[in-house]
Ligand binder design. Structure first.
Ligand SMILES: *[C@@H]1O[C@H](CO)[C@@H](O)[C@H](O)[C@H]1NC(C)=O
Ligand SMILES: *[C@@H]1O[C@H](CO)[C@@H](O)[C@H](O)[C@H]1NC(C)=O
Ligand SMILES: *[C@@H]1O[C@H](CO)[C@@H](O)[C@H](O)[C@H]1NC(C)=O
Ligand SMILES: *[C@@H]1O[C@H](CO)[C@@H](O)[C@H](O)[C@H]1NC(C)=O
Length: 938
């Protein structure tokens, strides 16, 4: 209820108590009741005495008697009148009594109200005290921090073209390493790693008769345009990219001559020298030879005869002796599309064991038909090569035997292509690919493992054909088993952990192959397969991913941080001329208990690990949950300090409970505790044309501790009515205009979001303050998961037996927590828009539904963990929440379809089951009277 003012009531109350109102009332009532009784008694006595007089005078004369009769009548009338008036008096008094009684009741109600108000005020006072204490701690921290925050160093750029230096000797070039051939002065830590691309049309570097694949030329220019490191300014550049291949023979020439009539190598070293920023020796130049069509090796090492100075070479084919470790880069051929969604290329991942345990399709050409550029047995002596060939024959025999032995495992080995391979440019004793891309794909999709031979010639560290076979295998979910794996290197091996993707077996141990494969359980098969798909999708699948990966690997080598991930600029619906009307928020604040200090907004610390993240967690970023291409303000997986660090040297920012002494409810409510430093959360609200519902929801947030700000995404094209009265709740409320009405907007990575913790809610979700804060505290311990209230699960459809059903029935097991009321890390908003295939967001738009399912898929896919459901008070209300919406049958049908569609996109169902719900620790614990529970009601 609304109290106009407290002061006069309190005085009145005082007065009431002083004069002991109740006693007075009793006295007054007594008097009022007694008086009429006495009067009545007196009057009836008079009447009786009058009667007795008449009886004693029966012998009086008639006239006298007449006279007396008249008198008597008058007297009786008089008496009747008096009696009437007394009765009405009595009625009046009764009415008054009722009135007094009512007043009395209302006073005692007032007293109750005031008592309640007093309790509220006391809670408020406690919170204020707590807030003051917290503010003092924060101030103390600020004062103690004797080192000021470091200013961002100036972005250091070379700001000059590379000066011309003398060319280096071939010998030095052969031994190039980063320290000897790379000019680090062009690539400072804060430079942002600018990359310059020579336009392949303006600066051709190929000899006559050779040309660069046209598709590559255009695509490369285009996809590098999307790379944030690309600069147009050569004076700033750290590295210079030169596209030299895929080198293809001019089509005109082919008609004249099978080989190259001038017998020129593809690359013109003079043209390299003429590149405007070559600087005499090609420092910081990166020569890209990307194979696309010609998968056999003749297009291979096009650099071996050429003077490439101090340039870094990037290609798929390398001789052991020419590869300069941690300087040159092995890449996979660019066999995929320019960019975009690639999930459709991939095979469904289940069942883990496929039809064939192991398959191989290939044809060995023992005599190469053409040897224009390839060299046979370049470095290894002939004797060793002979042994190699013998070993190969032995292996072949062993495999052929394996395929015919009686075993339940199925093998598919084709050592001769049908029709025969027409590859004329093959390396000596190497395996040609059989069939077409799609026929090979069919077999690979049916194979658990696929055999890949390292090149017969041990001269090679890598060949394009080998890399292409790995590419094809991973795309179809066949786990590569590389025979001779100890002799080769796969693409980007500096950063990619290939041991988690493929099995490497020395050729001589071919006899162990079958035993080895059989011992691998389903779980590990799935790990291999999923890891293979991760590597394929992220680093190999398209021209875009290849280019981004090349740039990222070189940047990573120098430990220059990636550029920050893009955020979406939130445009307010308000402007200078259209301002919201703010009114003080009123209404039920629901503060039966004090839940935490009220603090000024405190943003999460951001970008603290720019220069250490890649060093300490680089492996995980490249091989697990991370995005090596962009830098994020904070990650859900950021490390935490041991608990004693909070007291020994790293106190800053931590808010241990009772300064570390710990405690029950009271102390708990005064500090955040936990393992992470202090922080707040942001409420992210999606709304569509429900203005009053929204305003009520916002008003309820008044006085919510740890709330940083509220961001409302205004999904309707219609702007809010000008006369809306926006509740002022003491924190900033951003109302952000959405570009269009889409449920995907729920997860826009807006620049207004200043905290890691995001509470995503529907505009009508009615969460109580204690529930929100409990959810927040739980999320702080599960920062990588969705932590929230409405749980759902995916149930196997027992009718079709091949699909999932969305289910919102009461259940003791769940696999999703809906984002209509849950906490999640800000990082996932970026991933929802950047990492998730566009097809998923399109499906969400098509159905206007399922964005919450998509987010559950995404987070479970990344964490391999189920979400966390937190307890809610049994009074949890959520009018119009999906519960009631889901009564609607089409809504439900769509959600079934979404789960099955997302499963196709991900290649498997990442959702995991959980039977766990978080309750506060002292909930349902009997505790001594002088102690408080963590929360009164949950
Ligand atoms: C291929 O190499 C062999 C031996 O090295 C040589 O005799 C032959 O002429 C070469 N063939 C062509 C087409 O260059
Ligand atoms: C402010 O917003 C209103 C409503 O969208 C629009 O009509 C007006 O032109 C805007 N004014 C300015 C200065 O942008
Ligand atoms: C870290 O990187 C971010 C994004 O580029 C930048 O805003 C921030 O200032 C950097 N911090 C430091 C200490 O360099
Ligand atoms: C929920 O349970 C009811 C009755 O047990 C059942 O009829 C209904 O199909 C269930 N809903 C779903 C989505 O499984």
């Amino acid at each position: 209820m609304v109290l106009p003012s407290i002061e006069p009531r309190q005085n009145y109350c005082q007065w009431l108590i002083n004069v002991k109102l109740s006693r007075i009332v009793v006295m007054v009532l007594t008097i009022l009741i007694l008086t009429p009784l006495i009067t009545h008694f007196y009057l009836s006595k008079v009447e009786r005495s009058a009667n007795s007089v008449s009886h004693s005078h029966v012998d009086l004369p008639e006239d006298l008697a007449d006279l007396r009769e008249v008198d008597l009548r008058v007297g009786v009338e008089e008496l009747v009148r008096i009696r009437g008036s007394v009765l009405s008096e009595l009625r009046n008094i009764e009415k008054k009594r009722q009135q007094f009684k009512q007043e009395l009741q209302s006073y005692s109600k007032n007293i109750e109200d005031l008592k309640l108000e007093l309790a509220h005020q006391q809670t408020n006072l406690n919170r204020l005290k707590m807030s003051v204490e917290q503010a003092e701690v924060a101030m103390h921290e600020a004062l103690q921090q004797n080192t000021p925050d470091l200013a961002l160093p100036q972005r250091l750029l070379p700001n000059e073209l590379p000066p011309k230096l003398p060319a280096i000797s071939k010998e030095r070039s052969r031994n190039c390493r980063m320290f000897s051939c790379f000019d680090h002065s062009r690539c400072s830590l804060t430079s942002g790693f600018p990359v310059y691309l020579y336009d392949p049309d303006q600066h051709p570097v190929m000899n006559d008769g050779w040309d660069v694949d046209g598709f590559l030329k255009t695509t490369l220019k285009q996809v590098l345009g999307y790379n944030p490191h690309l600069t147009q300014n050569p004076t700033d550049a750290c590295i210079f990219l030169v596209l030299v291949g895929e080198a293809l023979k001019d089509t005109d020439d082919v008609t004249e001559n099978i080989g190259n009539h001038l017998n020129l190598p593809p690359l013109d070293s003079k043209a390299l020298q003429r590149l405007p920023y070559w600087g005499g020796d090609g420092r910081n130049h990166v020569l890209l030879n990307l194979a696309r069509r010609d998968l056999s090796a003749t297009s291979g090492d096009i650099f071996s005869d050429i003077d490439t100075g101090r340039a870094i070479l990037v290609q798929s084919t390398f001789y052991h002796d020419y590869f300069r470790p941690n300087f040159d880069l092995i890449v996979s051929p660019v066999l995929g599309p320019p960019g975009g969604d690639v999930w459709q290329e991939c095979a469904y991942m289940l069942p883990s064991r496929r039809k064939y345990l192991l398959s191989f399709q290939g044809e060995m050409k023992s005599t190469p038909k053409s040897n224009t550029t390839s060299k046979q047995f370049l470095f290894t002596d002939a004797q060793l090569e002979k042994e190699n060939v013998e070993l190969n024959n032995y292996i072949l025999q062993h495999l052929k035997n394996l395929a015919t032995t009686h075993t339940s495992d199925k093998f598919l080995f084709n050592f001769e292509c049908v029709p025969a391979s027409d590859d004329t440019t093959l390396l000596p004793f190497d395996w040609a690919l059989c069939g077409t891309d799609s026929s090979r794909r069919g077999i690979l999709k049916d194979s658990t493992f696929v055999l890949i031979f390292a090149p017969t010639s041990t001269d090679y560290l890598s060949t394009t054909l080998l890399q292409a076979r790995v590419y094809e295998a991973l795309r179809s979910g066949a786990i590569p088993l590389i025979l001779g794996g100890d002799q080769i290197q796969l693409a980007y091996h500096e950063v990619i952990q290939w041991r988690r993707v493929a099995i490497f077996l020395p050729k001589a141990r071919v006899t162990e192959l079958h035993f080895l494969l059989r011992t691998i359980p389903d779980e590990d098969i799935m790990l291999f397969r999923k890891q293979g798909r991760l590597v394929w999708e992220r680093y190999l699948a398209s021209v875009q991913s290849t280019l981004d990966t090349i740039v990222a690997v070189l940047r990573d080598r120098l430990n220059i941080p990636a550029l920050p991930a893009d955020t979406v600029a939130g445009i307010s619906v308000f402007n200078e001329t259209f301002q919201p009307i703010l009114v003080p928020a009123v209404g039920d604040v629901e503060q039966e208990e004090s839940l935490g200090p009220l603090e000024p907004p405190y943003n999460s610390l951001a970008f603290r690990r720019n220069y250490s993240l890649g060093l300490t967690q680089g492996h995980e970023i490249w091989n697990d949950w991370g995005d090596p291409f962009r830098l994020y303000a904070a990650l859900p997986t950021d490390p935490i300090l041991p608990s004693d660090a909070k007291f020994i040297g790293s106190e800053r920012g931590f808010r241990p409970i009772a300064s570390g002494a710990g405690g029950s409810g009271k102390e708990f409510s005064e500090a955040l505790g936990g393992n992470s430093p202090r922080e707040q959360f942001t409420i992210l609200l999606l709304t569509y044309e429900r203005e009053q519902v929204l305003l009520d929801s916002i008003a309820r947030l008044r006085g919510l501790p740890y709330l940083n700000s509220v961001v409302v995404i205004w999904n309707s094209p219609r702007l809010p009515s000008a006369d809306l009265r926006w509740p002022d709740i003491g924190v900033t409320v951003h109302i952000i205009k959405a570009a269009r009405n889409s449920l995907n907007n729920r997860f826009l990575p807006l620049d207004n979001l200043q905290t890691e913790a995001i509470l995503s809610v529907d505009d009508d979700a009615h969460l109580r303050h204690d529930e929100i804060l409990f959810g927040f505290r739980v999320w702080r311990e599960h920062r990588d998961r969705i932590v929230g209230f409405p749980g759902r699960f995916h149930a196997w459809d027992l009718n079709t037996k091949n699909s999932w059903l969305y289910n919102s029935n009461y259940s003791c097991e769940l696999s999703m927590v809906l984002t209509g009321a849950s906490f999640l890390h800000r990082h996932y908003l970026h991933l929802y828009w950047k990492w998730l295939p566009q097809a998923v967001r399109d499906k969400v738009d098509e159905y206007m539904n399922c964005e919450d399912i998509a987010m559950n898929f995404l987070v479970s896919h990344i964490t391999q963990k189920p979400p966390v459901k937190v307890t809610s008070r049994w009074t949890f209300r959520c009018p119009g929440c999906p519960q009631s919406l889901s009564e609607d049958d089409t809504h439900f049908q769509e959600r079934h379809k979404c789960i099955n569609y997302f499963t196709q996109v991900f290649g498997y169902t990442p959702l995991l089951n959980t039977q766990y719900r978080a309750d506060s620790i002292l909930f349902k614990t009997r505790i001594p009277h002088d102690k408080q529970k963590c929360f009164k009601f949950i």
